[in-house]
Design a protein around this ligand. Structure first.
Ligand SMILES: *[C@@H]1O[C@H](CO)[C@@H](O)[C@H](O)[C@H]1NC(C)=O
Ligand SMILES: *[C@@H]1O[C@H](CO)[C@@H](O)[C@H](O)[C@H]1NC(C)=O
Ligand SMILES: *[C@@H]1O[C@H](CO)[C@@H](O)[C@H](O)[C@H]1NC(C)=O
Length: 415
């Protein structure tokens, strides 16, 4: 009876537009010390109904990031202790942390201003893009890659100070719950349009920047308005399941590793490569600039990693050796401001080895010289609940490193 009531409550909460609450859900950072621990953690998605998996480890020394409901908490902790797996409770109540992530909508005072001291909404970002294009019509154009499953625009801007330049595509917002990458990406737009330092002007003149902050608009909106923990897009798939993890839906070694083929899972890779309208739209857009594509920078939360293609193999292909040097130097620049430390490398070495990413696809298809995925702050202390006071620092340090990537790539002769 109680359960029935609860289900009715949840359903009516969704249909009346109320948000799902995560009161007293806890965030764990879990440290595997042997192969058995690794195996146990990597099987959690199969076994843990009430668990939200934010990150799984591929190596001993790496960590898992997991959210548990208050009901599941005791048995989950027991199962870890029974296996002598070390864990830390990072947050006792993630709802509190979410409530503290004030939306910029409430803080905006003028129509035309965007702030980087808050997370931003899609509506504000798109409105600002149109404003920028009006104010800087000589260099900024609003661009459309197409529409999401629910009909939202996948909108970006093109920043071009000189014609005939090679293109760099910058994107974020593939994961609904990741509110940081869209905000960081708009900061990059702002700097490239308004930044006056010689290095910024040079980067803006030398390349044509195609920038899309939100590749998964439906998931982003759903995370902001209904379910803060939502990761996937919003297309109904199999049975009553909704959504595909679009970070794993690109046509490069699709489904080989680190993905699920179970539609209810949060890392479900879809029915096949490019099964989703969002990934198809951006891939078509990329094809349209292909001849000219010098680079792709993909942004998402979280982990503090710069990942280089490819995830399916440990062998270092194409210009990996040069790119890893460029990447390390750029992450040195990133650390210069707030001492935020990033690791640089192949996904299997420094992250989860999940295949089918946009970066791997771009490298595979176009062999563009500068291709990398940023996993932004942090390393599991807050995860997707990162406090707003870390938003601007994340933007600043990331932009420093983007300029450094371009600088070092030119220096080494890759760009
Ligand atoms: C969360 O936990 C606190 C302390 O145990 C308790 O007082 C409160 O009622 C809980 N909130 C919800 C919504 O379950
Ligand atoms: C989507 O973009 C098109 C073309 O710019 C525009 O006409 C339309 O109003 C946009 N739709 C929404 C829902 O914003
Ligand atoms: C890249 O570096 C590794 C060792 O650091 C080396 O074994 C390999 O041959 C290099 N690859 C290329 C293509 O230079």
């Amino acid at each position: 009876m109680l359960l029935k009531l609860l289900i009715i409550c949840v359903i009516s909460a969704i249909s009346t537009g109320e948000k799902i609450r995560y009161d007293n859900f806890s965030l764990y950072k879990i440290h595997p010390q042997n192969e058995k621990h690794l195996k146990f953690l990597n099987e959690l998605p199969k076994n843990g109904d009430d668990l939200h998996i934010w990150k799984l480890p591929t190596t001993i020394g790496d960590y898992a990031s997991v959210v548990s409901s208050p009901e599941k908490k005791d048995s989950f902790e027991h199962s870890l202790r029974k296996r002598s797996i070390n864990y830390e409770v990072m947050l006792e109540n993630i709802q509190q942390a979410f409530d503290d992530q004030i939306m910029s909508r409430k803080r905006r005072d003028t129509r035309n201003q965007l702030f980087w001291t808050n997370y931003q909404t899609m509506e504000d970002i798109y409105e600002w893009f149109h404003y920028l294009a009006e104010q800087h019509s000589d260099i900024v154009t609003v661009i459309q890659a197409g529409q999401s499953f629910e009909g939202r625009n996948i909108t970006g801007v093109k920043i071009s100070r000189q014609s005939g330049r090679r293109a760099i595509l910058v994107e974020g917002g593939q994961v609904g719950a990741d509110w940081l990458s869209p905000t960081v990406v708009t900061y990059i737009v702002d700097q490239l349009v308004r930044g006056a330092e010689p290095e910024i002007l040079e980067a803006a003149e030398e390349f044509e920047w195609h920038i899309f902050p939100i590749l998964n608009p439906d998931g982003h909106e759903f995370s902001q308005n209904a379910d803060r923990l939502w990761l996937k897009n919003r297309r109904p798939t199999v049975g009553n399941s909704i959504g595909v993890d679009i970070t794993k839906n690109w046509n490069s070694h699709w489904g080989v590793r680190g993905v699920s083929f179970v539609a209810t899972d949060s890392n479900y890779a879809g029915l096949g490569p490019f099964s989703e309208v969002e990934t198809r739209a951006i891939s078509n857009y990329l094809d349209s600039v292909a001849g000219n594509l010098a680079g792709l920078l993909s942004f998402r939360s979280f982990g503090q990693r710069l990942i280089l293609p490819f995830a399916h193999t440990l062998s270092h292909m194409y210009n990996y050796n040069e790119t890893v040097i460029i990447g390390r130097r750029a992450m040195g620049s990133l650390a210069g401001r707030y001492n935020t430390q990033y690791l640089v490398g192949n996904s299997l070495e420094v992250h989860d080895g999940a295949t089918g990413s946009i970066a791997d696809w771009v490298k595979h298809r176009f062999n563009s010289p500068l291709v990398a995925t940023y996993l932004l702050r942090d390393t599991g202390t807050w995860g997707y609940t990162l406090p707003v006071n870390q938003v601007l620092p994340s933007c600043e340090e990331t932009f420093d490193s983007v300029m450094a990537l371009v600088r070092e790539a030119k220096f080494v002769g890759v760009l």
